[in-house]
Ligand binder design. Structure first.
Ligand code: SF4
Length: 365
């Protein structure tokens, strides 16, 4: 899901606690004061955004401690040489000093997103032709070390909220806030056998910092694991945490899904998964629009997509809306040279057609 790591709207009803008063300028966004800065559907790795890389601890040339030891908890530490502090264009998660957790700073959105990557093996059960995961291969997530993930998240949160993370990375004052935690990595997260435990771990760690209700929680998924009971149990917790799901839907025809996502999947199956997901957790659909071999998707393809959405609306399937994306960066798949961005007007026009079907739309050209 690297291609579309993105951010949710903040919870609206947020009261300021003593903790947040204390931390007002130390990394936690107080929801309600920044609606205009948060843009659901924004891709934080599009032009102008910073991907902060955390190289391995033994980085030559000396390092800057990224994480610290917390009382009673061994927190994984990492280090970073000054020359590797920030990278504007590097998408790689491979060199991260942390296995599962990575920070992304979005200039445009004005804050920090902490990503959770459950697929450090760059394996996904889909192969979307626009995917930006390097060396993507077919497969699933390896066993997740949930204890390590918890330690990484706790260490990074402590560093951001109580340490000098922002100073070290030279983050501008107006961006010194955590916007969200996003399960979004180099493959499909709902395939992880430990998905439910991962959600529980995120819940536990973020509660320790008083974050639920004050930052966003986003799961970015192709929906393939939604019907597994442990995933559904995890989604219930995710919803209770204030989380939402961004569910990939690039086409509503079998041929289109095969062409774009390289999976054999009937639209009815996708619809069933969307319905199951939306019942459990607030769900946005996430759609990438692009030209393939010089042409946008065909009129019948577009009509099928819009009819699919109309069907969801008519049947009361409570999706929140559609996040429409253009191609922010080049694909890292063999089809890359066949893909091109569509003009912003094309996305706007398609977005207007979706709105006519009764759904909200947010566009990131
Ligand atoms: S579903 Fe898998 S192949 Fe498609 S964009 Fe996400 S990570 Fe890449």
């Amino acid at each position: 899901m690297l291609a579309y790591h993105a951010h949710p709207m903040p919870p609206k009803d947020v009261r300021r606690s003593a903790f947040f008063a204390r931390c007002a300028n130390r990394g936690v966004e107080r929801a309600g004061n920044s609606q205009s800065r948060r843009r659901p559907g924004a891709n934080p790795e599009s032009a102008g955004d910073l991907v902060i890389r955390l190289p391995p601890g033994n980085h030559p040339g000396g390092g800057i401690p990224v994480s610290r030891v917390l009382t009673g908890t061994r927190v994984v530490s990492s280090s970073m040489s000054a020359s590797h502090r920030l990278s504007v264009s590097d998408h790689s998660r491979d060199s991260a000093g942390l296995r599962y957790v990575y920070p992304v700073l979005s200039r445009r959105a004005g804050g920090l997103s902490l990503g959770i990557n459950l697929n450090p093996n760059n394996a996904c059960n889909w192969r979307c032709i626009y995917c930006q995961v390097p060396d993507l291969r077919r497969g699933g997530a390896p066993a997740v070390d949930v204890v390590l993930l918890s330690r990484e998240l706790e260490g990074l949160l402590a560093d951001v909220l109580e340490g000098d993370f922002f100073e070290r990375y030279g983050v501008p004052d107006d961006q010194r806030r955590i916007r969200d935690i996003a399960i979004s990595g180099n493959g499909e997260p709902t395939g992880a056998a430990e998905f439910e435990q991962v959600i529980a771990a995120i819940e536990k760690v973020t509660e320790r910092f008083g974050l639920p209700g004050r930052i966003g929680f986003v799961l970015i998924t192709n929906g393939s694991g939604i019907e597994r009971l442990p995933v559904q149990q995890g989604l219930r917790h995710w919803a209770a945490l204030g989380g939402e799901v961004w569910f990939k839907l690039d086409s509503a025809t079998e041929a289109g899904i095969r062409r774009i996502n390289n999976v054999h999947l009937e639209p009815q199956t996708v619809r069933r998964r969307i319905a199951a997901c939306a019942k459990l957790c607030p769900t946005w659909l996430q759609t990438c629009l692009f030209a393939l071999d010089g042409a946008p998707s065909s009129a019948p393809e577009q009509e099928a997509y819009l009819a699919f959405l109309s069907g969801l609306v008519c049947d009361g399937i409570p999706v929140r809306g559609v996040l429409l994306y253009g191609l922010a960066r080049p694909s890292l798949q063999p089809e890359s040279s066949r893909l091109a961005r569509l003009p912003a007007e094309a996305l706007e026009a398609f977005g207007a057609a979706i709105r006519e079907r009764g759904l909200a739309v947010r566009i990131t050209p």
